[in-house]
Design a protein around this ligand. Sequence first.
Ligand code: OKP
Ligand code: ZN
Length: 343
Amino acid sequence: MQVYHSEATKLRRARTELHDGQLMTPFECPERVDLVLARLRDSGVGPVAAPREHGLAPVLAVHDAAYVEFLSTCWDEWQAAGHGGEAIPTIWPTRTMREDRIPGHVGGKLGYYALGGDTSISPGTFEAAMASKDVALSAYEHTASSGQPSFGLCRPPGHHAASDQFGGYCFFNNAAIVAQRALDDGHARVAILDVDFHHGNGTQQIFYGRDDVLTQSIHGDPDQCFPYYLGHADEKGEGPGLGYNVNYPLPPGTDYATWRERLELALAEISDKQASLLVVSLGVDTFEGDPISSFRLKSDDFLDMGRRLASLGLPSVILMEGGYAVEEIGVNVAKVLQGFQGA
Ligand code: OKP
Ligand code: ZN
C-alpha cells in the first residue's frame, strides 16, 4: 500500500503536556513516526513517498481563517510576550463569561482557540501541522488517481481539531481537509470512520450540519473518557445533516468482540448512505497496552479490523491519528494495513 510520510512532521517536539496534574513529556512525540515507519518497512508495507506541498487553501476550506492565523503566529507572540515555557492555555471563555470578543493578548487568544489544556504550542508546531495535512492530501491524491488505498502517516493527528479550536494533540483536521477536497473534486458523499479510542469531536463539529460527509466514531464513552463534552449516541447531526453523524460510545474495558459489532454497524451505514470514498481516522490507541486509553484490543485484532475496513470495497484513504504504546503502535498500524491488503 502506498504510504506518505514527511520528516517535517517531526518539527513538533513539544516538551510539556499537562497530564494528571503534572507537566510531562508529551505522549504524542516524534518518535511515534519512526516507530511506525520502521515496522511498515519490516512488514513490507510500502512504498513510502514524500508528500507534495498543498499550501493553506485546503486548510481554509474547513478551518476559520483567524484560527489558522493564530496558529501561525502563536509561538512568536508567546515568545515576544516574554514567556519562558511552551504556550499552554490557562483560562477559557467558559459559560460564565463572554466568547463574542477575541482578546488581543496571546494568552487570551490561546484560551479562545483551545479546547483543552493538554496541548502546548511549541516551536515547529505550525510547520509540523502543515506537513501533516500535506501527507493526508498526498495520500488522497494517490487514491483519487489510482483507485488504490493509501496510508498517510500524519502527525500531529487531526480528529480533535474543530473549525476554530486545537487540542487533544490536534491542530488541523487532516481527515476533514481530505473529505472536503474530495467533495470539491466531485465526490457526492464521503464517509469518515473514526476508529481512534477518543471521540472525533472536531470531525463531528465540522460536518455536523451537512449530509455530504457521513461522520462516524467508535470511542470511549465521553461520560468517562476525553474529550468528555461530545461523543454521545444522541448526537445525530442537525438540519440537513440529521442522520449523518453516528456515535458508538463504549465503556472502558471493551474488547474486540464488542467493538467489532459497532464496526459492522458503521460499515453498513456507509453502504446505506452510498459514500463513494472512505477516509479512516486510524488511531491504534484502542490497543490493550495503550498508556492513556482503556479498550482491550490485541495486536491480531488489528488485522481483522483492516480486513473488515477493506470489505466495503471503496477507494480508501487511511490517516494516522492516535496510539501511544510506542513500541506497539508500529505493529498495530502494520497489521491494519496488511489486513486491508488482504493478509
Ligand atoms: C488524542 B488522540 C488526560 C487528558 C487527555 C488528551 C488525549 C488526546 C488524545 N490527562 N489527554 O485522540 O489520540
Ligand atoms: Zn486517541
